[in-house]
Design a protein around this ligand. Structure first.
Ligand SMILES: Nc1ncnc2c1ncn2[C@@H]1O[C@H](COP(=O)(O)OP(=O)(O)OP(=O)(O)O)[C@@H](O)[C@H]1O
Ligand SMILES: [Mg+2]
Length: 801
């Protein structure tokens, strides 16, 4: 019998492990194996340093091919003899079942899941390799000949496990990189100066932004950071009108105040775009409560901790004072709080609007779906009234035009129909806000539709648009469209506002790059997952939702890109529910990876530019997506100028497209009619719920749960705890909705099917019902043919118009 000539310590050393031989008793193998615990480092599973154990389900094994040595190169077989694979299999299975080995695995970072996966891979590797390394061969041979113990396999097993799970070997480094406990230290420039923080706190329309902007305008240099392009635009215009040259900077746009494109001393930007390296005298951070936004909160945290300004003016809801003060305590900076009161009264009316016949100039109807926007605006125009329309996915130019039209006292358009896209900081000439509904449909992470009551903060922010100081309406009013909703709205508005508890954080490109250095085989999406699972944050912070990032990372994973470029592509602001925009990103990335510049001609071919004004809603929605594609191009052009060289031309056609979309929006009721007749004739679905809910990523973020604002609204005092009331109301609403659903579902009516398929909204249904009633009354539905019915309904439509 040929015997193993190599002592265990040498083998272990080859396996890259430190062995401390116990000698004598206890039996050397286990004592040696027990000593395999890596000194101090990577006691990962145990969660070294008190940190939580990693989520090992995220550890994707790196595949290892079985060794395929050339014949005659099996040194192990030469030294001993060829392996009996049947015996080897038995020994391996015995090894796997040993409790001591499992414990040892756990000590080395292999929890049950990793242990199992590593073993399956180890066994497969040995069984499928035509030859294994000489040292392993000898040990296996010894075990099969009863001259060795299965425990002797452990060093080889661990070496294999670390090959397929490389994170096990660098857990401490990974933990260090993903340690997000001291974000203030990420901004050395800001820490090098003493900043003064002034918090302008108060309800909506109390002059918070106004006062901060007064200081911004009087400073030698300043930066305004806002949540919306429209707000950045408002400050950009205000500043330039006040003869303080100010640039506009958004992800997709740079507008220079100076003709020679020299940077102005003042900048108005969307918050994600603010620079943390440029020194300013004054910085304004607007809508600070957004710091707790699950997706965008990190941008406020970064601005608050990182802006290099002598004075930082923070504007927002009082609910964020405590958090900002605590954050500034960690930077050693004091916060001065200036409180404001609402400048004009806001009253919740005791009556609902009930009918669009009761509309008055200055009314704004707030809907939570684009379908409702279409339906309501059509009914308004049917009454001979003109209305402006604003919803999230409209291009900024169109939104501005619509707002201008509504604000213009000389324009006949006196009614606004909008989604909650208007619900933050914007100044519009609204007298009365009418909630068309107080429930809001959203799409959850699984892509399922959900509905929920609006939150107190959403209700306050939206209501706060009424009676803006300086507008033609000195008092604001709030009510609902339907009588049943009014009590509920009052209840929602009367609830106290939850304080903002934590600030968002996002891993930086550098951190992810360092992770990738340690885990070169992991996909970007997997790197991010492991980062988040290992990351440690202190109680004042949370890690933002990175689903959009991961979605894009998975989408372009197969395209060969360096990590930096890949990271940039994944941070592109697009709505993942817009297939056309996603496909375009994919095409951009593919062509980018081939080093072929994305030219204007290419983009025109891809988007079929030039495009005609829309003939129906479906075409309008497509144009909005094309606008987003142009936005994407422009966004990328600021990051990869050489590869996206035609920004000027693209900006030009984007402006033209904005005009075309405006024509569509002005003709919106005509488009709705066209869409409805297409749908009725059984052709493509034009007004589908898919479209109304597919807001841009930016808008989705804007509409995410805002924290409540203080309000001067006189509201009924509540006896119950707000949370209880809220749960109760929601329950009441849901059971009512269920009853309603059962009622209609039981009937299995066409209306129900159309509602469920999104072809019909409740609004449309109401409208149809009243039309039918009129027709019945007029005796139109006699025993006539189907064709007659269609004609008569068309006629009614015309008459209504
Ligand atoms: N002292 C003032 N003099 C003139 N106009 C003012 C003054 N204070 C506020 N305004 C105007 O009142 C309107 C509302 O002010 P502002 O936008 O600052 O409110 P806000 O508290 O920031 O509201 P929101 O919470 O909705 O952002 C703006 O049009 C602003 O220009
Ligand atoms: Mg404001």
């Amino acid at each position: 019998m040929r015997r193993c000539a190599w002592p265990l310590p040498r083998l272990a050393a080859r396996a890259g492990l430190v062995l401390r031989h116990g000698g004598g008793a206890p039996p050397p193998r286990l004592a040696a194996a027990a000593a395999l615990r890596p000194a101090a480092s990577s006691s990962a599973a145990a969660g070294g340093g008190g940190s939580r154990a990693p989520d090992t389900s995220l550890f994707v094994p790196v595949p290892l091919k079985p060794a395929d040595g050339a014949p005659g190169e099996d040194v192990g077989a030469e030294l001993t003899r060829p392996l009996d694979k049947g015996e080897v299999l038995k020994s391996l299975n015995k090894f796997y079942k040993r409790k001591e080995i499992q414990r040892l695995g756990a000590d080395n970072g292999l929890d049950a899941r990793l242990f199992h996966q590593a073993f399956i891979s180890f066994r497969k590797y040995i069984m499928e390799s035509s030859s294994v390394s000489a040292d392993l061969h000898i040990i296996l041979n010894d075990i099969c000949c009863d001259a060795g113990h299965v425990d002797d396999l452990f060093p080889f097993f661990l070496r294999h496990a670390k090959q397929i799970f490389p994170m096990l070997d660098c857990m401490d480094d990974l933990r260090k990189i993903s340690d997000l406990r001291l974000p203030p230290n990420w901004y050395p420039e800001a820490r090098a100066i003493q900043r003064k923080i002034i918090f302008h706190a108060g309800p909506t329309n109390s002059g918070k932004t106004y006062h901060a902007i007064q200081r911004f305008l009087s400073a030698k240099s300043g930066i305004y950071c806002g949540p919306l392009k429209l707000l950045a635009h408002e400050i950009f215009q205000k500043s330039n009108h006040a003869n303080v040259p100010c640039d506009l900077v958004t992800g997709e746009e740079r507008v220079y105040a100076n003709e020679d494109a020299r940077q102005a001393t003042h900048i108005a930007c969307t918050i994600e775009m603010c620079s943390t390296n440029t020194p300013y005298e004054v910085a304004v951070i607007d809508e600070i409560q957004m710091i707790r936004d699950p997706a965008r909160g990190w941008a406020w945290t970064r601005a608050l901790l990182g802006l290099c300004a002598e004075e930082i003016h923070v504007c927002g809801e009082a609910a964020a004072i405590e958090l900002v003060t605590e954050l500034m305590y960690t930077t050693g900076e004091e916060v001065e709080v200036r409180n404001y009161e609402r400048l004009t009264p806001l009253t919740v009316l005791d009556y609902a609007l009930e009918s669009l016949d009761n509309l008055r100039p200055g009314d704004c109807i707030v809907c939570f779906s684009k379908n409702d926007i279409y339906s309501v605006s059509r009914q308004i125009e049917a009454r001979g009234l003109e209305c402006a329309v604003i919803y999230g996915s409209l291009p900024p130019g169109t939104k501005l035009e619509q707002a201008k039209k509504f604000n213009d006292p000389d324009d006949p358009c006196k009614i606004l129909v909008a989604t909650d896209a208007i619900g933050m900081g914007l100044n519009l000439c609204i007298k009365r806000i009418i909630f068309n509904s107080i429930i809001k449909p959203t799409i959850n992470e699984k892509g399922e539709k959900e509905i929920d009551l609006i939150t107190t903060s959403q209700a306050l922010q939206i209501s706060g648009r009424a009676g803006r100081y300086g507008s033609s309406f000195k008092q604001g009013e709030v009510t609902t469209m339907h009588r049943d909703d009014l009590a509920q709205l009052k209840e929602i508005l009367s609830e106290p506002v939850r304080p903002v508890k934590a600030a968002g954080l996002h891993p930086t490109a550098e951190q992810i790059e360092m992770f990738a250095y340690h885990l070169p085989d992991a996909t970007l999406s997997n790197l991010i997952d492991i980062f988040v699972s290992l990351s440690q944050v202190d109680g004042l912070y949370f890690v933002c939702n990175i689903d959009d990032f991961k979605f894009l990372a998975d989408m372009i994973q197969h395209i060969p890109l360096n990590l930096r470029s890949r990271y940039v592509f994944c941070t592109a602001p697009l709505n993942r529910k817009e297939p056309f925009v996603c496909t375009t990103l994919l095409k951009f990335a593919r062509q980018f990876s081939r080093n072929e510049p994305l030219t204007f001609d290419w983009l025109c071919r891809h988007t079929k530019w030039p495009l005609a004004p829309p003939k129906n809603i479906k075409e309008l929605v497509h144009l909005e997506a094309v606008h987003d594609v142009f936005d994407l191009y422009l966004w990328l052009s600021y990051r990869f100028m050489d590869m996206f060289p035609d920004a000027v031309l693209v900006r030009d056609i984007q402006k033209k497209l904005d005009d075309i979309i405006q024509i569509g929006v002005c003709n919106i009721t005509r488009l709705i009619r066209a869409s409805q007749s297409t749908a009725a004739s059984g052709a493509a679905v034009a007004v589908s719920e898919e479209f109304p809910l597919s807001r841009t990523k930016r808008d989705t973020r804007l509409m995410s749960d805002l924290q409540g604002a203080k309000s001067t609204v006189q509201l009924p005092t509540a006896m119950e705890a707000p949370e209880e009331r809220r749960v109760k109301s929601l329950k009441a609403y849901r059971s009512a909705a269920r009853r309603e659903d059962l009622k209609t579902h039981g009937r299995g009516s066409l209306a129900d099917r159309l509602l469920r398929e999104g072809l019909l909204t409740q609004e449309m249904l109401r409208e149809l019902e009243s039309e039918w009633q009129v027709q019945h009354r007029n005796g139109r539905y006699g025993p006539s043919s189907k064709r007659d019915d269609q004609n008569s309904s068309k006629e009614t439509g015309k008459k209504k118009k």
